[in-house]
Design a protein around this ligand. Structure first.
Ligand code: PMP
Length: 302
């Protein structure tokens, strides 16, 4: 059995069930996170849980949720989920705060519950095999229609459609545009390109979810490399003409893209010097083998 945090206690995951009329199920009124822990079989550490939980609580405020927790309390509960299950391997942690009302009807009714589950998710290769990508025909929700940068479950229908659309066209990854027709991100990851030695990523007002991995890489690039880094709107053409193209996110880690809409990016291997360097540093950062800010790694001991 697996222990999960559900409601206000730890239960067997088979008991963590919700009624069919649960508001979040009908109206997408839940907020969530995706956090990774990396372990060697003896000890594990969770990467940037406080930043993930601060984002979760900010997003909960959009749905008028009453949240008695702070990021430290949620981190402590997450450590306990891993400890109770003896999880000192690589895990993906999914916290969810959802609207529990069972009354039919949209709105933001009172009643919010927390769940935290941890599933197995082994780390990928340091440099993952390159993937193909295509542009999604679905635009990102604009900020005028919703809190575009929030991890709210209802908004993920956009990611699901984009991923399915790309898959139907034979591409492993989807790249979304915003309604200004600028490139936004992946379906669950942020996007970077390298062009002529400069690293570019769309700015946070490009209707992206400004990811923690994106922030992690930007802070490394800015402080520890002499590469020029710019947050700037990117056209479809600029991305197609990149020397290197990669996606990044907590679950995906760093994913090089070798072909976009069937055309090679750079030399078509996906293995440019910048992505190789970033991927090597990122693996060391998440496993505590290089210096990172003190609160980025939270240890789990059994
Ligand atoms: N964009 C979207 C749409 C996502 O779902 C995610 C995953 N949370 C990301 C970007 C990357 O965010 P992070 O690096 O915080 O995982």
């Amino acid at each position: 059995m697996a222990w999960v945090y559900f409601g206000d206690r730890f239960v067997d995951e088979r008991e963590a069930l919700v009624p069919i009329t649960t508001h979040a199920l009908h109206y997408g009124t839940a907020v969530f996170e995706g956090i990774r822990s990396y372990g060697d079989g003896t000890d594990a550490s969770i990467f940037r849980p406080l930043d993930h939980y601060e984002r979760l609580l900010r997003n909960a405020a959009w749905l008028d949720m009453k949240t008695p927790w702070n990021a430290e309390m949620l981190t402590a509960l997450t450590v306990e989920v891993l400890q109770r299950n003896g999880y000192v391997d690589d895990r993906y942690i999914r916290p969810l705060i959802y609207k529990t009302s069972t009354a039919i009807g949209a709105g933001l009714p009172a009643g919010d519950a927390l769940a935290i589950v941890a599933v197995s998710m082994p780390r990928g290769d340091v440099v993952r095999p390159a993937a193909t990508a295509g542009f999604s025909r679905w635009r990102r929700f604009p900020a005028a229609a919703c809190p575009a940068g929030a991890k709210i479950t209802g908004l993920y229908v956009n990611s699901s459609l984009a991923k399915a659309d790309a898959a139907a066209r034979g591409f492993a990854q989807a790249i979304t545009l915003n309604t200004r027709e600028d490139v936004a991100e992946g379906y669950g990851a942020n996007l970077f390109i390298v062009r002529g030695g400069t690293v570019f990523t769309p700015p946070s007002d490009a209707d992206i979810l400004p990811g923690i991995t994106r922030h992690t890489l930007l802070s490394y690039l800015g402080a520890q490399t002499d590469l020029d880094v710019r947050e700037a709107p990117l056209s479809r053409e600029a991305v197609a003409a990149a020397d290197e193209l990669f996606l990044c996110g907590t679950g995906m880690e760093i994913q090089p893209i070798s072909h976009l809409e069937g055309a090679a990016i750079g030399d078509g291997t996906g293995e440019g010097p910048v992505v190789r360097r970033l991927a090597a540093w990122y693996r060391d950062a998440v496993t505590g083998r290089v210096d990172v800010p003190d609160n980025w790694l939270v240890g789990v001991r059994l």
